[in-house]
Each structure stands twice: as C-alpha cells, then as structure tokens.
Design a protein. Sequence first.
Length: 121
Amino acid sequence: MAEYRLAEGEARFADIIWERAPIGSTELVRLCEQRLGWKKSTTYTVLKKLCDRGIFQNRDAVVSALLSREEFYGEKSRKFVEETFGGSLPRFLTAFIGKQKLTDAQIEEMKTLIENYREEG
C-alpha cells in the first residue's frame, strides 16, 4: 500500500515522472539534473524510495506510475478528511469554505457533483 505523502523534493520529482511516464531511467536522470540539480545517485535513491512506497515502478530501465497523480492526491485528500474530520465531508467543507460565500456557479457545480455520486438505494 502506498504512503500518501511526499516531501517537497519528492513531489517535484514525482511530477516529472507523472508528466512523462513511461520514461526511460536515463532520460529521468537527465531531466532531474536539469530541473532539480540532482546527481544520478540522488535520482535513483529517491526513485527507489518512491517505488518501495508503491507509487512508481522501475522495470527494465523504464519508470512508470503505479498510481496516477489524481489517484495519489485523491487518496491523500481522503486520508486527510478521515484523520482530521473523522471522515465527515460536510465538516471538512464547512472548515474549508469558512466565512466566504459561494457563487451560484460554485453551488450548482457542487450540486451536480453530489448528484453524480449519490448512492442508489
């Protein structure tokens, strides 16, 4: 099972993979050197760590995502709501919205979203 947290450098690294996956490990090393200023050893160390956490895999020198960016951050968000708000989406939304007012368009968008996810029963 993946661990749903990334340090800042890990998140920037993960974004490179998610943008390009599947990506050859040689190309990944080159991009990390250009974008992050990392040495080859740093790239492989972080890659191994994120592979061990079930986010990516490196097979035959090709790196691919086991979880998409959306899946990763979706699960991270669900765990946050579960841990911080006892799993209550309404409590989370109340805290998130705070004292600001929603526009009619935002309200309609939320209604549509809720209807699309309503349990049939």
